[in-house]
Design a protein around this ligand. Structure first.
Ligand SMILES: C[S@@+](CC[C@H](N)C(=O)[O-])C[C@H]1O[C@@H](n2cnc3c(N)ncnc32)[C@H](O)[C@@H]1O
Length: 158
């Protein structure tokens, strides 16, 4: 899924003559890092945003809404993997993604499965709030996800 989405985002950026922003360090996590050397799912973008990312990343907190100002309107195609689940205010974060991407946004979504959604997510991070659904702005109108801990769901028009 991530590989397909990433390829789609890369093609879209090429065809529109836009730069590619990846949100979520593709090098993060030992397991993912090991796997990705052999089965690359996602590479860095022209800009890669991740608060705790590697040296190639722009270390930005997606929840610091003012920090998005460094990116111009419509300047990037944005591809996200596994970070928007940390959003404190998903409507505000999504509004910045829409502004910077000019509407060209793809996301591979978050982890799913009963045990993950009920309690395993807490062993990963106390700051993780959502598991997002995959999204492709070329076909999807609504961005949606589950609130972890089985606390409901949300759906926002993109
Ligand atoms: C599940 S990993 C996703 C990494 C990789 N793209 C993947 O799919 O395997 C979550 C990433 O979100 C980053 N992160 C967590 N909170 C963040 C925040 N508030 N702003 C930006 N990045 C954040 C972490 O540093 C971590 O690399």
């Amino acid at each position: 899924m991530t590989k397909k989405m990433f390829d789609g985002a890369k093609e879209l950026a090429l065809s529109k003559g836009k730069k590619l922003m990846v949100i979520g360090d593709p090098c993060s996590g030992n397991y993912f890092r090991f796997m990705s050397r052999f089965f690359p799912n996602c590479e860095h973008g022209d800009v890669t945003v991740d608060l705790y990312g590697c040296d190639s990343c722009t270390k930005m907190d997606i929840n610091d809404i003012g920090s998005w100002n460094v990116f111009e309107d419509g300047s990037f195609v944005i591809m996200e993997t596994g970070v928007l689940g940390f959003s404190k205010d998903i409507v505000k974060v999504l509004a910045e993604i829409k502004r910077v991407s000019g509407g060209d946004f793809l996301s591979a979504g978050g982890n799913r499965g009963l045990t993950w959604e009920l309690f395993l997510y807490r062993t990963y991070s106390k700051d993780l709030v959502y598991s997002m659904s995959p999204f492709d702005s070329r076909v999807d109108e609504y961005y949606s996800g589950l609130k972890l801990g089985r606390k409901g769901s949300f759906r926002v028009k993109f």
